[in-house]
Design a protein around this ligand. Structure first.
Ligand SMILES: *Cc1c(COP(=O)(O)O)cnc(C)c1O
Length: 378
């Protein structure tokens, strides 16, 4: 007789988030469907209000089609386009860089701090003071709060403010995370959130939302997302089509009510993983002082990653790699995307060593214990 095979614990499970709130989500979907109004209506407006209130700090929120568009819409709203450079990192979802090119601007990719995987503020100051020759002028900076934890934002905000350059927070992975007690997404000029199904706040389809305390900028972007209309059928400015639909907005209103509890559950799971790793060969992820992590991902760093991944798989533990190839080494970008003067050595090294454990609020205690047992065995 064969030994019973362990059911694999997937690294991500967006269906579990739906099942956890199924009755409320089903009712919300039905309400949206029966309303007879499917694009930019009451659900979308209510979601924008509720999301802005949840962020606090006098924010205005604008829903849109996805997180990539949220970044691009902010850039358009700020007038950033061809003949301008936008600074970000290579160790990110390709979306961050794609959004910069969508508006016709030139991305400049900096290296990361190897402990927190986020933009190195010293390198940022150095490229702002001494821009690489041959590039158009730097007109915006987009640091990414990766894996659910703040990047080293304070010196970057100061460097940008001193030079009058807008700082756009890429908050696709950090809904609810804080820095010095302040919510990420309220600290820069504007912030972009993805609502992709696996994000900490996820739709059941595509969605995005952006936030800013600048009411004029929010109003401008609200028009740009729909052909630049201020009144129906009359484009006051050049725009695009990037709208959040009513069904997704209704779903997101339900999901938003579970976000804080979901983040607390992610932190509890992370603490269990930390304890299981203590004293072993692989260190738990670094925490930035003053930053509250929301663990979009719980990321280990291991030399010999393939062996660790295989050992976990043999114990029924699924893992992921975020991200296996840095943007500047991907076929569409390599050999043409400018890097900072220091290159991207830490980025390339991280891509070979990062390994993401299962992380979502619906993991059961029994599943977490099984994962911890596998971690203790490494
Ligand atoms: C998911 C993600 C995005 C883009 O979001 P989409 O909704 O998939 O367009 C942008 N930046 C980062 C860091 C992300 O993780």
């Amino acid at each position: 007789m064969n030994a019973p095979t362990l059911a694999m614990i997937p690294q991500a499970d967006p269906g579990a988030g739906y099942r956890a709130q199924k009755a409320e989500i089903d009712a919300a979907v039905q309400r949206a469907l029966e309303s007879g109004w499917y694009i930019l209506g009451r659900e979308g407006a209510a979601f924008e209000q509720e999301f802005a209130a949840w962020l606090g700090a006098g924010q205005h929120a604008v829903g849109c089609a996805n997180g990539t568009d949220a970044i691009a819409l902010i850039l358009r709203g700020l007038g950033i386009g061809p003949g301008m450079t936008v600074v970000t990192v290579s160790h990110t979802a390709v979306a961050t860089v794609a959004a910069i090119e969508m508006v016709g601007a030139t991305p400049l990719l900096l290296d990361i701090d190897p402990d927190t995987y986020t933009m190195d503020p010293d390198e940022l100051v150095s490229v702002l003071d001494h821009p690489p020759p041959g590039l158009p002028p730097i007109k915006a900076v987009i640091p990414v709060h990766l894996y659910g934890q703040a990047c080293d934002l304070v010196p970057m905000l100061a460097a940008c403010a001193a030079r009058g350059i807008p700082l756009i927070e890429d908050c696709a992975q950090c809904h609810g995370a804080t820095l010095d007690g302040r919510k990420l997404g309220t600290l820069g000029t504007a912030a972009a959130f993805s609502l992709y199904p696996t994000k900490n706040l996820g739709a059941l389809g595509d969605g995005g939302v952006l936030a800013t305390a600048d009411a004029d900028l929010a109003g401008r972007i609200g028009a740009i997302r729909q052909y630049g209309w201020k009144e129906r059928y009359i484009s006051a400015m050049v725009g695009v089509n990037s709208r959040l639909d009513e069904v997704q907005a209704a779903i997101l209103r339900v999901k938003l009510t579970a976000l804080d509890a979901g983040n607390a559950r992610r932190r509890a799971i992370a603490a269990a993983y930390d304890a299981a790793l203590a004293g072993g060969p692989i260190a738990p992820p670094a925490r930035r002082p003053g930053a509250e992590h929301v663990f979009h991902q719980y990321v280990l760093r291991c030399e010999g990653r393939a062996a660790v991944q295989a050992a976990l798989k043999a114990q029924g533990v699924g893992t992921g790699i975020h991200y296996p190839v840095p943007v500047h080494l991907q076929p569409a970008y390599r050999d043409r995307t400018p890097l900072g003067p220091a290159g991207c050595a830490e980025t390339a090294r991280a891509a070979e060593e990062v390994l993401s454990l299962p992380m979502y609020p619906e993991l059961t205690d029994a599943q977490v214990e099984r994962i911890c047992a596998a971690l203790r065995g490494l």
